[in-house]
Design a protein around this ligand. Sequence first.
Ligand SMILES: C[S@@+](CC[C@H](N)C(=O)[O-])C[C@H]1O[C@@H](n2cnc3c(N)ncnc32)[C@H](O)[C@@H]1O
Length: 470
Amino acid sequence: MALAPARRLALAAFSRARRNREWVRDALRACADDEAKHLGQGDRALAWRLALGAAGARAVLENRVREVVRKPSGLEPRVWDVLILGAFELGYLETPVPVAVDQWVSAATSVSPRSTGLANAVLRKLAGLRADVRGARARLEARERAAESGELALASGLPLWLVERLREVLGNAGAARFCLSLADPAPMWLVKTSPEASEADIAESDLDAVACAVPGLLAVGKPAAVEASSALDRGFSVEDRSAYEIALLSVPAAGASRLEIGCGRGTKTLAAATRLARSGAGAELVGVDDDGRRLAEARERAKSAGMDVDFIEGDGRELDALLPPGARFDVVFVDAPCSGTGTLRRHPEIAAALEPSALDSRNAGSLPALQLELLEAAAGRVGEGGWLLYATCSVLTEENEDVVEAFLRSPVGRGFEPAAIERLPGYRALEARARAELSADGFSGVRARTSVSPKSADGHFLAVFRGNAT
Ligand SMILES: C[S@@+](CC[C@H](N)C(=O)[O-])C[C@H]1O[C@@H](n2cnc3c(N)ncnc32)[C@H](O)[C@@H]1O
């Protein structure tokens, strides 16, 4: 049987991501060549599911493949990719086993004809993985008993050390919900990023997009259809609801100023700018990031949206080299570089790339060490009566609560105290309906961590501070 185009695209993207060390999501877009453009919605969705899913469950899949291949080190990398993708389809999707085996044997043949026999033998042996995964998921869903780490790892495909860490942070039930959430693609929301874009157009498309209580956000009923639709070319971008809610909370009062450290491609800066523009208010908006490529994209996006934002390239730990002396802002928002563990459904390869040492604040190059330095530098730029916000898209204490505590104990942090989200100008400008939605999502009090469960938005953390002299 010829290899189906969806699997061909998944294999091309998966191999490209490995070779170029890029995100699988980006590789999928880059591989969406002429042929892929003509794939139907279902085929496209399958290609994404296969490539992203295999990247996310890599820890489990690699172990299983190693158990049945006599000399794994002797395999060509592309054949290895075929076996990992095949193992994922066999273990985690519902494709009839003979079809999946046949398809991935064809893939192996197309990559290296002499690997046909080996692929056939290995994939047949891997067919038992499905029963194990189903059993583990069913037990989690039934909450028969506190799941063991091994079972959570099997159900989610996550490395064991990360599962154990999630159990410590989220508790057994929270970790089980988190792991079950990885079985489905991430939910999607759309926001308008260009003044010419029309929400009515999107409402009439086949995405089943409907406006929600959060202003500016459209919930997409058929996420698998987004990539194949023209929404992304028609002035909309994909957002996560929790991330967007944080952007709304970081909106300053009319006429005030806002500095974002780690502004990246400008998604939250532009969401804040759009919100201000919609209410007819202006503000001084500045974004800092040390990644020139992301900033170039941010500038481009701001230009096409007609937004006036000052994007500055440089290290957020050294703001004195980037900003005029004495420049202070009403809202200073640190959107910190982090592990991204709250966004694993969108970037599943994070799990395989993350090392426990990156989370240890005692290591000079660790994420918590960088996060604390960025927060301390940002604190020095908060104007009188201003607000300091710290956010991550991580669910891990090391990057969230521990950084906040370390900041409050530091010399600069002693000048600040935790402040409630409900006091933020961005929160107070929201209508009652939107406030209720944000509270339901977990945004209340002095620090918030949104939880991840099947169909939920991503896991984000937000802490708010205010100078204690104000
Ligand atoms: C969570 S991402 C930002 C997402 C962005 N705020 C948005 O809404 O699109 C964190 C950002 O921090 C940036 N970053 C990492 N280290 C940095 C540093 N030392 N100084 C400034 N930015 C840094 C990364 O390049 C990345 O764009």
